[in-house]
Design a protein around this ligand. Structure first.
Ligand code: ADP
Ligand code: F6P
Length: 323
């Protein structure tokens, strides 16, 4: 295989640029030509493709976001859109495609490989960490660090004012950002979609803590559970006189420099993806399991159900239950 394409798609994530950097540099080092496709599947459909060289990825290894840009592209779900995407690849002589993105982007890669015979490799890039076949996705570590730092700053002002805070974090239907950021921030409560909870028990816990002089409780809420404003309103209504505020961390958790973990993961995964293409292994997704870089069949990988780390969740509770 001589000519490959690379695109980033779906929600951007820290580490996507490091993956573009490593894909371009490693593939060129292996004697390949690399073409960047702008704006994910939208750019693929519209033919936004350009040759990349060693210098085109200077100074991007650390940066959040994606220099190839990204887009949500409903046309890719239509046969017409898919045919245009394939045409761009065929017209430009692209023999293999590396897709950096999340679950939705991999669905697009699956369609290209299973229905149109395009040789694809997926690299998981999403802060949500919601792909079952891999322990971690690019962006997750950086996003958790961003939330952790936000909570640390919040805690300063909350503690000084004996004020409680409900902090909403991203993750779609996955509670991993809430769990990992919550436990490493010492949050008093962590609400995730994977674990059913009773709001009355949440209220009882906050009331108990306040009665025991713990008056700066941080309640982390995954977006898959609901809005910080709603949880905050329910607690405020039940506990008379409570000093409590809602806060949505929002898109800042998706920005900023990639952590060392995300950069290294991106570099290791990109090397693996390029090697797979060189070895003729295609229609696969790259991941990490037990600190080993692996690849799985794209269809099998997407069919897996993600398991939630209940041990860590229980430990998080154990650390804060005895106020
Ligand atoms: P993410 O990749 O972060 O999960 P999305 O779910 O928005 O983000 O998906 C990114 C893009 O992948 C979509 O805008 C669309 O172009 C493409 N995509 C998603 N689902 C499919 C599908 N079933 N078939 C083809 N393309 C899809
Ligand atoms: O998938 C990444 C993610 O940041 C989710 O955590 C969040 O639900 C969604 O994307 C936000 O999407 P947008 O940037 O389109 O508002």
């Amino acid at each position: 295989m001589k000519k490959i394409g690379v695109l980033t798609s779906g929600g951007d994530a820290q580490g996507m640029n490091a993956a573009v950097y490593a894909t371009v540099r490693y593939a060129i080092g292996c004697g390949m030509e690399v073409y960047g496709i702008d704006l994910g599947y939208k750019g693929l459909i519209e033919g936004k493709i350009h040759k990349m060289d060693m210098r085109s990825v200077d100074e991007i290894i650390h940066r959040g976001g994606t220099v190839l840009k990204t887009a949500r592209c409903p046309e890719m779900k239509t046969v017409e859109g898919q045919k245009s995407a394939v045409k761009t690849l065929v017209d430009n002589g692209i023999e293999g495609l590396i897709v950096i993105g999340g679950d939705g982007s991999f669905q697009g890669a699956k369609v290209l490989s299973t229905q149109y015979g395009i040789k694809t490799m997926g690299i998981p890039g999403t802060i949500d960490n919601d792909l079952a076949y891999t322990d971690f996705t690019l962006g997750f570590d950086s996003a958790v660090n961003a939330v952790m730092n936000t909570i640390k700053m919040l805690r300063d002002t909350m503690t000084s004012n004996d004020r409680n805070c409900v902090v909403e974090v991203m993750g779609r239907n996955c509670g991993d950002i809430a769990l990992y950021a919550g436990i490493t921030s010492g949050a008093e409560l962590i609400l995730v979609p994977e674990v059913r909870f009773d709001i009355n028990e949440v209220i009882a816990r906050v009331r108990h803590n306040i009665q025991h002089d713990k008056k700066d409780n941080i309640i982390v809420v995954a977006e898959g559970v609901g809005k910080a404003t709603d949880v905050c309103a329910q607690i405020a209504q039940a506990i008379e006189g409570i000093n409590i505020r809602p806060m949505n961390v929002g898109h800042i958790q998706r920005g900023g420099d990639a952590s060392f973990q995300d950069r290294l993961l991106a570099i290791r995964m990109s090397e693996h993806a390029v090697n797979c293409l060189l070895e003729g292994k295609t229609n696969r997704v790259v991941g990490i399991r037990n600190n080993e870089i692996i690849d799985d069949d794209i269809v099998d990988a997407l069919a897996q159900r993600r398991s939630f780390n209940m041990d860590l969740y229980n430990l998080a509770n154990k650390l804060v239950e005895a106020f």
